[in-house]
Design a protein around this ligand. Sequence first.
Ligand SMILES: *[C@@H]1O[C@H](CO)[C@@H](O)[C@H](O)[C@H]1NC(C)=O
Length: 179
Amino acid sequence: MLIKLLLFVLCAVFVLKGVESAELQQRAVDINDFRKLALERHNYHRRRHGCADLILNDTISAHAQDWANQISLGEGLPHRPNNPYGENLFAAWASWTDYDITGDVAVNSWYSEIHKYVFGEATPHNFNDVGHFTQLIWKNSKQLGVGKVAKNGKVWVVANYDPPGNYGGEYVENVPKPL
Ligand SMILES: *[C@@H]1O[C@H](CO)[C@@H](O)[C@H](O)[C@H]1NC(C)=O
């Protein structure tokens, strides 16, 4: 059972340098608006694959927010150790201090990994390139928690999923092709 529970988690780091970016956000983004849009964007992508909507769960969002707070104090983009949930991470930064993003930005960047995903593999041969996408779509995940910190020109996003996805050997049934 423990072997089957081998859970993959991934990080994505994006650097924004130009001020032309469509993702430029001049005003602070309210966390409730952020969560709502992140949820909607998850479900928009999941429906394309025939997967049921996720539900936002406040307990899981508090868990995600706690980790966003913690990683915003340190270096890099480490995953939470011993996490009972699946986890997607995202960080981005810009050269102005009030930089912030809306809730769709991280989700769309995770989804864009679909272009590298080979449907039909029991376990992806290129997991490091596609693991955010597969957790986002993962059919058996039901609930979502979202956390975000925007501070000093940098943004950290944490999404947690319950039940977690990305179980080796279970990709064919959990990551269906687009309809
Ligand atoms: C929200 O998540 C917590 C922790 O996983 C769980 O105990 C609780 O039942 C969930 N709430 C709902 C309404 O499903």
